[in-house]
Design a protein around this ligand. Structure first.
Ligand code: GLA
Length: 396
């Protein structure tokens, strides 16, 4: 957190009063099923968005970022997009949501520093949203309940706020998701925000999006490695929203609220009610949810070999049915498959570029990373530095 403090001091000429951070996440299994009320396995990982901040009383908010040259300045009661600083939309979107829920806050200065590669499907945007909400909580303490702002928490004798309860984490996640849906314009589900808040070191989160509950299962003993294809994925581009519409239309045509309610037999029997594209998307979602159920069983039995098979299958389903893969991601999975010690590999997150997640036996992780970097460069001409990730605690 030293860098973000230094960044703050260099720009504002004094020290920040608060520093928060929120981790990125990796979707281990369960592609595009969160907004279908399904089940997803996810991890919070040791790449973060950090925000150093201090309050100000003139109602102005001044943001700087280590990734963008220009500061962004606006008033604390007026949140408008600035096409020259789209990165600030995630901050403004959260502030807008908090404001709408009756949270009172004044201005502040904030420096943002991130170690989550952007566009790699590791949810730097959700981490920025979560870190923004936590920054406001530090500067202008508030609580959230179902309807909006509630009685603020009290600081202890050292000035520390109590950690967020699980119920409140869920409210924070919803505020951040609403920011993304309404301000940024991506109709994403709750996966990224829940993962950034609920993660636990060395554990896999099993998130049930119907009950909005999180169960934790330990997963030690294998390496989690990300291979970033370098193909930029931009969720705002509309491909993501398009998949969501197909799934919603399929659910409607099948007479259910969400595809979670559909099993493979029912889907097969009712195929004629769907357009070919709706069927493909529904087929992916319904079979992916089944895969997650089986994968949880494998995980609990410590059968990582079997677990990895579900990851490979998931990728094939995303590739052929959901069609959110790209040739570079397929290549990464195909290369990984041939590497000793690789138990599973698949695209992770929204798709249309971004990264793959690989489950690799620990003692073969180093060789895996070196080989993947070499082979990917040989085949595409592009440099790719695999990232070894550690599973960490969530924010808040
Ligand atoms: C993105 C979205 C999530 C989820 C994944 C795909 O990360 O933000 O809500 O839908 O894609 O599983």
């Amino acid at each position: 957190m030293l860098e973000v403090q230094t960044l703050f001091k260099r720009h504002f000429n004094f020290s920040a009063t608060h520093i928060v951070r929120a981790p990125g996440r990796l979707e281990l299994l369960g592609n595009h099923v969160d907004y279908n009320d399904g089940l997803v396995l996810s991890l919070a990982v040791d790449r973060y968005i950090e925000i150093a901040s201090s309050p100000r009383t003139d109602g102005k908010i001044e943001l700087i970022s280590s990734s963008f040259p220009e500061p962004e300045v606006f008033w604390s009661n007026e949140f408008k997009k600035n096409p020259a600083a789209p990165w600030a939309d995630y901050v403004k979107g959260v502030l807008d949501q908090l404001h709408k829920r009756g949270v009172n806050f004044n201005g502040f200065n904030a420096a943002i520093h991130g170690t989550i590669p952007m566009g790699a499907g590791m949810s730097s945007s959700a981490a920025l949203e979560v870190a923004t909400a936590l920054t406001v909580r530090q500067l202008y303490p508030f609580s959230l309940n179902e309807t909006g702002a509630a009685l603020p928490p009290t600081r202890d004798s050292q000035g520390k706020l109590p950690p967020l309860s699980n119920t409140e984490k869920l409210h924070f996640a919803k505020v951040c998701r609403a920011a993304e849906n309404q301000f940024v314009g991506v109709q994403s589900g709750l996966l990224d925000q829940i993962s950034s808040l609920f993660g636990k070191a060395w554990h896999v989160m099993e998130i049930d999006f119907q009950s909005l509950s999180v169960q934790l299962t330990p997963m030690a003993g294998e390496a989690i490695i990300v291979c970033n294809s370098g193909v930029k994925h931009s969720l705002v581009a509309g491909d993501y929203n398009e998949l969501r519409v197909q799934c919603e239309n399929a659910a409607k045509a099948l007479g259910v609220k969400f595809l979670r309610a559909v099993d493979p037999q029912f889907l097969a029997a009712n195929k004629a009610k769907l357009t070919p594209r709706e069927y493909e998307c529904a087929f992916h979602v319904v079979s992916e949810i089944q895969r997650v159920i089986f994968a949880v069983k494998a995980l609990r039995e410590d059968d990582h070999q079997q677990f990895g098979q579900y990851m490979f299958q998931s990728h094939e389903s995303s590739r052929h049915f959901l069609k959110n893969s790209v040739p570079e991601l397929d290549l990464l999975v195909d290369l990984a498959r041939t590497q000793p010690g690789c138990l599973g590999a698949r695209l992770t997150g929204g798709g249309f570029g971004g990264a793959t997640i690989n489950l690799v036996a620990h003692h073969q992780a180093e060789a895996f990373m070196a080989n993947m970097a070499r082979l990917y460069q040989e085949r595409t001409g592009h440099k790719m530095q695999p990232i070894l990730c550690q599973i960490v605690d969530g924010a808040g």
